[in-house]
Design a protein around this ligand. Structure first.
Ligand code: SF4
Length: 404
């Protein structure tokens, strides 16, 4: 309990991520935690109850000053169906009442097959401001080759319907580097998506995650896959969608505020099996990460032990660079300095100098250019080697004893 005259801890804003780990069918390239629902089956009510209980518990534990963004991802959140969406969104509303005009961003992911009109209406009436639709590609040979459910014609109809409900609040996911995809097919996919006027597009390069059943022999070679992604990037930019992160493009003002908070290493809570949350103390540059095990049965039974990790300063410092340089504006310099004492230029001066000379840093910014983003991994290797080269000092600093 606080003593008299003791300063009350500042209440920090936390975003909220909610994981819906159910899918009607499994895509070969996916390594997210998800379990199967029978065709036509909606999410069990008891899962929604468990989620709301989890959220309530975390809110009472962390007491965030504000929850500026909520993201409901998966899995396939549209398997909630209209009734499930109303139940979940109504429960969240009761836990986190919205002030009129408070501008909270609420995003839900959906697959076209299950994003029908009643679901879209329930989402809009329940306060969802953005819908992220997983189209991936309209080209059926590509979809079939990776066992992605849904057919091209139905996808177009659902996309048009989602656009009617959400207008520029619609975001669409596309994938490059699929089997049988070529430049013509990719540009057709982009044209088809943009004809519905989404405010936001995510363009992901397919990666072969270990342990997934993806048939890598059917994929284009890495050079061709890179060329395709760059061609897609250029097409989106020519259509007025600015790249603001490695895989994300938007019309002005339509960026995902929730994801920007991840890239800038703000705080977030995570509810649902396999979800994780991170809460950072700005004064010490240390934090805690809470991860729920990927086990829906244990979660439903209320016996899912939370894995808690302490994040030291050096770990968080590197993670802040790793996440921050994904974003076209770079890491939040002020927040970085507050947390880690020295500014970014004090921690990685050589890396910044070399990459600026190569023309891969934006003029006047501590951020990569769009061409620089293509080499993000190499940039981070340089940055981490430089940080580790003053490891003794950094390690001491990580324990909060001195500055770099
Ligand atoms: S629908 Fe999404 S979460 Fe489910 S298997 Fe496919 S990619 Fe993974």
């Amino acid at each position: 309990m606080s003593g008299q005259g003791e300063k009350a801890p500042e209440k920090r804003a936390c975003s909220l991520y909610i994981h819906i780990p159910f899918c009607a069918a499994f895509c070969d390239y996916c390594d997210f935690y998800s379990i199967a629902l029978a065709p036509g089956e909606n999410l069990p009510d008891r899962y929604i109850e468990a989620l709301l209980f989890d959220v309530e518990k975390q809110l009472s534990l962390f007491r965030p000053g504000d929850v500026p963004t909520i993201y409901i991802g998966g899995g396939t959140p549209s398997l909630l169906g209209a009734a499930g969406a109303r139940r979940l969104l109504g429960g969240l509303e009761a836990l986190l009442p919205r002030e009129t005009g408070d501008g909270r961003e609420v995003t839900i992911e959906a697959n076209p097959e299950s994003a029908d009109e009643p679901f879209l209406r329930a989402c809009r009436e329940g306060g969802v401001t953005r819908i992220s639709l997983g189209v991936q590609s309209f080209f059926e040979p590509s979809r079939r080759a990776v066992h992605r459910a849904g057919e091209g014609k139905d996808l177009r109809e659902r996309l048009a319907l989602a656009s009617e409900y959400y207008g520029a609040g619609l975001s669409v996911d596309l994938i490059t580097g699929l089997p049988f995809q070529d430049e013509y097919r990719l540009l057709k996919d982009i044209e088809g998506v943009l004809s519905c006027g989404p405010g936001h597009v995510s363009l992901y390069a397919l990666t072969a995650e270990p342990g997934t059943p993806l048939n890598v022999s059917a994929l284009p070679c890495p050079d061709e896959a890179d060329r395709l992604w760059i061609r897609g990037r250029d097409a989106l930019e020519q259509a007025g969608y600015a790249q603001y992160e490695v895989s994300n493009f938007s019309l002005p003002g339509r960026e995902s505020r929730h994801n920007i908070r991840y890239w800038r290493m703000e705080n977030w809570l995570g509810a649902g099996p396999s979800a994780s949350g991170t809460v950072i103390d700005d004064e010490t540059g240390t934090g805690r990460r809470f991860t729920l095990p990927p086990d829906a049965e244990a979660y439903l039974a209320g016996r899912a032990p939370v894995l808690e990790e302490n994040l030291d300063r050096l770990t968080l410092l590197k993670e802040s660079l790793l996440m921050g340089f994904r974003y076209i504006e770079g890491p939040d310099g002020e927040l970085f300095k507050k947390r880690f004492g020295g500014g970014i230029a004090e921690w990685i001066p050589q890396t910044l100098k070399v990459w600026r000379e190569r023309g891969f840093l934006a003029p006047g910014k501590t951020a990569l250019t769009r061409e620089g983003l293509l080499f993000l991994d190499l940039f981070l290797i340089d940055a981490f080697i430089e940080i580790d080269s003053h490891q003794p000092a950094a390690a001491i600093y990580a324990q909060g004893q001195t500055n770099p």
